[in-house]
Design a protein around this ligand. Structure first.
Ligand code: DAT
Ligand code: MG
Length: 150
């Protein structure tokens, strides 16, 4: 089953939106398989956002993500990467449709509340940055057949 990394960024934690963001993913039907509240170090931030190292916004992005605690999670579903990206909305909240997390709850590209991996390979790389194998759980849910036709 596909897995993806989701972060509730410091703005989401400070704005008391952890529950709201988790709730949207839960209600969609995805399965939460790992979660922790943590402080991102500068080293982890630079690795996580390595693809953006040369962009002008990189220093402020690293400063932001390390500025206060985040919630890191792994969510599982068929096509989890795409489903989570669609649930989150586009990078710039101002252009995100209503009904998406960013479209409903955010305004600014530098305060867009949540991260979701952008592909299966980056998901695997990012999950390994944030979680040890034993921190990711495998379990069944009694309502799985009401979410996904087997
Ligand atoms: P996403 O988070 O939608 O995957 P991304 O990977 O392109 O977007 O960029 C990572 C984060 O960097 C993004 O959530 C917010 C910030 N960012 C991206 N483009 C930016 C820009 N043009 N100006 C300021 N911040 C930007
Ligand atoms: Mg990205």
């Amino acid at each position: 089953m596909e897995r993806t990394l989701v972060l509730v960024k410091p703005d989401g934690v400070q704005r008391s939106l952890i529950g709201e963001i988790i709730s949207r993913l839960e209600r969609r039907g995805l399965k939460l398989v790992a979660m922790k509240l943590m402080q991102v170090t500068e080293d982890l931030a630079k690795r996580h956002y390595g693809e953006h190292a040369e962009r002008p916004f990189f220093p402020s992005l690293v400063g932001f993500i390390t500025s206060a605690p985040i919630v890191a999670m792994v969510w599982e579903a068929e096509n989890a990467v795409e489903v989570v990206r669609n649930t989150i909305g586009g990078t710039n909240p101002a252009d995100s449709p209503m009904g998406t997390i960013r479209g409903d709850l955010a305004l600014d590209i530098g305060r867009n509340l949540v991260h979701g991996s952008d592909g299966p390979e980056s998901a695997q790389r990012e999950i390994e940055l944030f979680f040890k194998t034993e921190e990711i759980l495998e379990y069944g849910r009694s309502n799985d057949s009401w979410i996904k036709e087997l």
